[in-house]
Write a protein that binds this ligand. Sequence first.
Ligand code: SAM
Length: 208
Amino acid sequence: MKLDDYLTSHSDAEPEYLAKINRATHLRMINPRMMSGHFQGRVLSMFSQLIEPVRALEIGTFTGYSALCIAEGLTDNGILYTIECDDELEDFIQQNISGSEHKNKIKLLIGDALNIISELNETFDLVFIDADKMEYFAYYETVLPKVRSGGYILVDNTLWDEKVLKPVDPKDKDTIAIMKFNRFIAADSRIEKVLLPIRDGLTLIRKR
Ligand SMILES: C[S@@+](CC[C@H](N)C(=O)[O-])C[C@H]1O[C@@H](n2cnc3c(N)ncnc32)[C@H](O)[C@@H]1O
């Protein structure tokens, strides 16, 4: 049995409405691997339930899968803002969100994350960064002042298919950006951090 299969079969099952989105994403998208999926979805849900955010933010919605997992931990009056720059995904995302009991707590914002975050007048308890790898540093610096002291940031893909461990091709801009981001985060004294080997690497950050 492969490790991934063992992990999923010994964790909570994927809720049926998420399994439907998972299947629809595989049918309709050319790059379904971008979606968090069953195991990471349960991890995001568990973190969110531990943190119980009143205000949460996701950068990179894709088909809405991870947004719905994070929404599972929101307080009764909680809101999750999720930002997606690809307006062609809007109808599909709204359709996915509308099938969930959390639909009234999720606000989809279409546009470039860096512009939108600057305009959001909120303080966040939890942020999930999962969009353009070249912009990770910019997302982080833009969002950190809006995270409350003691609030959390989760950053996806920080192992980047383990390419961060190997000699890097100078043309591979995404890997270089993730390596620089990881080095910066490791040395940043404003935060506590731990890089978890979950799926493609998930860095958990706590603002001091
Ligand atoms: C890896 S996918 C997100 C997957 C999703 N969070 C999940 O786990 O199911 C990244 C998404 O970020 C979006 N994106 C890329 N750059 C962005 C930007 N500057 N602003 C907003 N969204 C962006 C892409 O269009 C893509 O849908």
